[in-house]
Write a protein that binds this ligand. Structure first.
Ligand SMILES: [Fe+2]
Ligand SMILES: [Fe+2]
Length: 213
């Protein structure tokens, strides 16, 4: 077997790299050969991201928490309503995934969903997902001792109207057990395309939300 750690050895092919492991046990001992292995295996892992994201979507199945639909059906319904309303693919994917992560971030799921989407969507769509829970609060915060107008701190922000509209037309409307949602399989090719390559962040353009930090 080729010793891919030797500086004199020919470059390992990609298939070899995908089954190789590093030798170091402390990062200080990492070598160029180790880095080649990790680059190849990380690239492979990243290509599987859409599958893992969809698996997280499916984790929303089950407990309705008292609503008439569970959060999985709510997500499909939000995306279906956006799709049938003629929204573009990126927007529809944001609608589909806007609640993922509620399983482990049930106090701030919007932050988690927005973080997952951030490298792949426009700043406007990212902002919409990140702020959707605050904007959805317009419909219920006053029942829980909070200010339903809390979203107004963002009045004048370029994303305000889009996010208010998202809640009014899609997110807020997606609690109907009689609505005929499209299946997850319908949206999967869209998720594959949107997550095909990051356009913002470390591998793309600087994201406006990161400017000035
Ligand atoms: Fe939400
Ligand atoms: Fe939602």
């Amino acid at each position: 077997m080729t010793d891919i750690r030797s500086p004199l050895a020919p470059a390992a092919n990609e298939a070899d790299l995908l089954t190789a492991t590093v030798a170091f046990r402390h990062m200080k001992d990492r070598t160029q050969a180790d880095s080649e292995i990790l680059r190849a295996r990380r690239a492979s892992y990243k290509r599987e991201l859409p599958r893992r994201v969809l698996a997280h979507l499916e984790l929303l199945k089950g407990d309705t928490e008292g609503y008439l639909v569970d959060r999985y059906e709510h997500s499909l319904q939000t995306a279906t309503r956006a799709y049938r309303d003629g929204r573009d693919e990126e927007y529809v994917v944001c609608a589909l995934l806007h609640d993922i992560g509620d399983t482990v971030a049930c106090f701030n799921h919007a932050d988690l969903a927005a973080a997952v989407l951030k490298p792949f969507v426009s700043p406007e769509n990212h902002w919409m997902v990140e702020k959707h829970n605050l904007f959805q609060g317009y419909y219920f915060f006053h029942f829980t001792g909070r200010d339903r107008h809390a979203r107004d701190i963002y009045r004048g922000h370029p994303g305000f109207e889009q996010t208010a509209e998202f809640c009014a037309l899609y997110d807020g409307a997606a609690f109907d057990p009689d609505y005929q949602s499209l299946p997850q399989s319908f949206f999967e090719p869209m998720v594959e395309r949107v997550f095909a390559r990051p356009v913002w962040g470390p591998n793309g353009r600087p994201h406006p939300a990161d400017q000035g930090r």
